[in-house]
Ligand binder design. Structure first.
Ligand code: SF4
Ligand code: SF4
Length: 288
């Protein structure tokens, strides 16, 4: 299965809207599975009009410290060693602050009384749903107050890998953090969606650094290209031999499609050709 990741650096540039329409276009030619890897704020399923998942399963990608007070001698070494300040000493007893343990396990190592054990916790759930476009979407949601999104992204990808598909299209989180790195890891190709704003340009360059680091081939989509002068992005792309896959105009139809939970390709016929063009350029890089 080939993996294509859509990322953006900056949030709010239209990454998920573009991913949804591209998925539908790819599905016309290949068996596809969609992985919503923006696990802190997953919403790709909404764009496909899904409000109920067929099945959910709990997953565990994290551990949390647990104290055995029968063994604890109140030495405070765990309190001193916790880099995340997740432990407080109350009445000479170590207590975990709510939602703060990062599960690093240092306290377990330093405890001289073996009073600390790391216990696995359910920190997220993964759902699978069949879209009305004939392919599955895999989506995860972090439980409230929990962390560990990088590990959860890997689990979503693992589950999507089981689908009978030729291509996995991955909707990454915005930014350049752990879930983004977990999303792009192992990708055959990546698409960076950007917009002609100073922050869009700046964050695009940071996303490019990640892809270069992992030696992943990629191209750019300049969304809302006509809201501002986009020549700096085009000049940068030309100077660095980066392919601009498409320039998509600002169009209120995008917002209308989003409100109605229908990908733009299904509401505005003029976008069919735009996404077919992007699809064909991308697939040339992925399927020989
Ligand atoms: S596992 Fe790490 S973060 Fe959690 S309490 Fe122990 S030292 Fe602190
Ligand atoms: S390091 Fe162990 S023995 Fe010392 S306070 Fe923490 S739990 Fe208790």
């Amino acid at each position: 299965m080939k993996k294509i990741t859509v990322l953006s650096g900056k949030g709010g540039v239209g990454k998920s809207s573009i991913t949804a329409s591209l998925a539908i276009s790819i599905a016309e030619k290949h068996r596809i599975a969609c992985a919503d890897c923006d696990v802190d704020a997953s919403n790709l399923s909404l764009i496909f009009g899904i409000n109920k998942f067929d099945e959910w399963s709990s997953i565990t990608t994290k551990e949390k410290a647990s104290f055995d007070y029968q063994k604890c001698n109140s030495c405070g070494k765990c309190f001193d060693a916790c880099h995340f300040k997740s432990i407080e000493m109350i009445d000479d007893r170590p207590l975990l602050k709510q939602f703060s343990c990062e599960g690093c396990g240092v306290c377990e190592i330093v405890c001289p009384s073996k009073a600390i054990t790391m216990l696995p916790i359910d920190n997220a759930k993964i759902g699978i749903a069949l879209t009305k476009y004939g392919f599955n979407i895999y989506s995860a949601q972090l439980n409230i107050g929990e962390s560990g999104s990088g590990g959860i992204v890997s689990e979503v990808k693992k589950m999507a890998q089981d689908a009978q598909a030729d291509i996995m299209l991955i909707d990454s989180a915005a930014g350049i953090g752990c879930p983004v790195i977990a999303s792009v890891s192992g990708s055959d190709y990546a698409i960076i969606v950007t917009e002609p704003t100073p922050t869009g340009f700046h964050d695009m360059k940071r996303a490019i650094e990640i892809l270069k680091h992992f030696k992943i081939k990629f191209g750019l989509i300049i969304n809302k290209y006509d809201i501002n002068d986009c020549s700096n992005i085009e000049d940068y792309a030309a100077a660095n031999s980066i392919s601009v896959l498409s320039k998509i105009p600002y169009d209120k139809a995008f917002a209308k499609a989003l409100v109605n939970c229908i990908p733009i390709i299904s509401t505005s016929p003029s976008y069919k050709a735009i996404f077919e063009d992007i699809r064909d350029k991308v697939l040339k890089n992925v399927i020989p």
